[in-house]
Design a protein around this ligand. Sequence first.
Ligand code: HEC
Length: 270
Amino acid sequence: MKKTILTLVAALLVGASMQATAAGGADLRLAPAPVHRLDAESLQRGARNFVNYCLNCHSAQYMRYERLQDIGLTEQQIKDNLMFGADKLGATMTVAMTPAEGVKWFGVAPPDLSVISRVRGVDWLYNYMLGFYADSKSATGWNNLVFPSVAMPHVLWELSGPNRLVEQEFDDHGKAAAAAIAIKGLARVAPAPGGKWIVQQVAADPDAPGTMQSVEYRTFAADLVNFLDFVGEPTKNKRISIGIVVLMYLVVLFALVYALKRLYWKDVPH
Ligand code: HEC
């Protein structure tokens, strides 16, 4: 029995990691996003991060402020900490910038982020937040390993530090792919001139550290992505909670039925 369970768990784990590789595509390896949808504190920190650092450019127009009570905030906390301006609690998370202004300033209007977690998935979003690096060749001075030539500047650079791109060259694809796997995080394998391959990764610039330690910044990004996932599907938390209750019910039921079976068959000679 124990062996069967272990085999099942192993099969599930292998399945999960294969999915992650497939989502990253052949040349982009994404670190799995350490997000926990039932972690209310993480969701609350994510809401704060979103309001402070993203809501000046991006709206979340399907999200009402009052809905933030679902992640354990009180009306007063929402009003005091997350709502700037004279919005009503029933208002949605809109932004003052018009799309035309967005185009004028950035070349592309910052998209609404209400359902971005469903479009991109949490792993992509998490790595996007880790993927920014300083690039003197780009118009904004920034670039992103996950979204090359992105029009969004690295708005969190003071926290993470500006970061830089580190490239390593290999003679063949196999060696490059192995090196990318060894990085155990965000990495990109790209063809280079002369049949060579390069492995790219984003690394801290030792001369320009951010105000946060790297692990602190990763938590910051994970909280933000957790919140974006909540925004994209607010009722998922309820579904997960109901699912857990149903599973517990089934476990108890199984124990009772099994006990009953043993009782019935006790006196029957095998
Ligand atoms: C200064 C304005 C600005 C701020 C602040 C900003 N962004 Fe952006 N963002 C943009 C622009 C412009 C784009 C469009 C980039 C493009 O398409 O090249 C963008 C694109 C994105 C995308 C990619 C959407 C897609 O096409 O899939 C995501 C995700 C995103 N932003 C998340 C965030 C998050 C999270 C924050 C807060 C930490 C944030 N942004 C803060 C301007 C901004």
